[in-house]
Design a protein around this ligand. Structure first.
Ligand code: GLP
Length: 261
């Protein structure tokens, strides 16, 4: 794992967007994995700004999102399809037909989950998957206890995740309790994983996921096994990392990071 600590959340968001844009520029027919959540809003604003400045072209990019609430139509303002359309897809030159989010209204949930994994596989796999982290240590909606080998499935959300997300809904109790989520195994098959973690409220879980033992109780800890995982944090989220200074030393001195310093 490569750990990069940025002074502020704005620096971390900008760096994340730049790395994604550089990866797309190096391979225009990019297969991009995407995430939702407050953490990603400025990353998408930054990618939009890069696009408007002519610094990245999404015309040949295909995307797959991590998750979607069961039962929410695409036009629901809390659906992840709506989040992606409004925060990113409508603002850049991606072909909307090339953007994929699980269908929250699918009648046959198992078939929809299997179809999603097949679609990714048929496309040749994901080149880079952008992920965040939830308070339970989840990536996507893989709450504690989810197997590292899990495939896309419908998950029943933990109490903590429900409490964390329900205030976005009006009324809060209308938040669906289940969601389609890419499995830990699905995400781990991505050639590269880019994780963004910001804010003091994520400091404890970031330390546990990055420096603690690998465990299905913290699905993000699976990233320790990934051959190309880059984790970008701001100072606040990195404040509980034991090897904080070492990670900073590597970023400041290793020639492989020269373009991003
Ligand atoms: C949701 C999403 C996750 C995301 C998490 C953190 O639960 N399913 O993919 O990482 O929220 O969200 P935030 O960035 O708002 O803290």
């Amino acid at each position: 794992m490569d750990i990069i600590i940025c002074p502020t959340s704005a620096d971390a968001e900008k760096l994340t967007a730049r790395m994604i844009a550089d990866a797309i520029n190096a391979k225009p027919e990019f297969r991009l994995g995407l995430a939702t959540g407050a953490t990603m809003e400025n990353v998408y604003a930054e990618l939009t700004a890069l696009y408007k400045a002519g610094k990245v072209d999404f015309s040949q990019v295909r995307s797959w999102n991590l998750d979607e609430y069961v039962g929410l139509p695409p036009e629901h303002d809390q659906s992840y399809r709506y989040f992606m359309n409004t925060r990113l897809f409508n603002n850049i030159n991606i072909d909307i037909r090339n953007t994929h989010v699980p269908n929250g209204l699918a009648d046959d949930e198992e078939a929809e989950a299997a179809r999603y994994d097949e679609e990714i596989e048929d496309a040749g796999g994901i080149d880079l998957w952008l992920v965040g982290i939830g308070k339970t240590g989840h990536i996507a909606f893989n709450d504690p206890g989810t197997s590292f080998n899990s495939r896309t499935h419908v998950a029943y959300l933990s109490n903590e995740t429900y409490e964390q997300n329900k205030n976005y809904f009006n009324p809060p109790e209308s938040m669906p309790r289940r969601a389609f989520t890419a499995g830990v195994g699905t995400i781990m098959e991505s050639r590269k994983i880019l994780q963004l973690i910001t804010g003091e409220r994520k400091a404890d879980i970031a330390a546990a996921a990055i420096e603690g033992p690998m465990t299905a109780m913290i699905s993000s800890s699976a990233l320790q096994l990934h051959p190309d995982a880059v984790i970008i944090l701001d100072e606040a989220a990195a404040s509980k990392l034991k090897l904080r200074d070492f990670y900073k030393e590597i970023f400041a001195n290793d020639p492989k990071w020269a373009a991003y310093r």
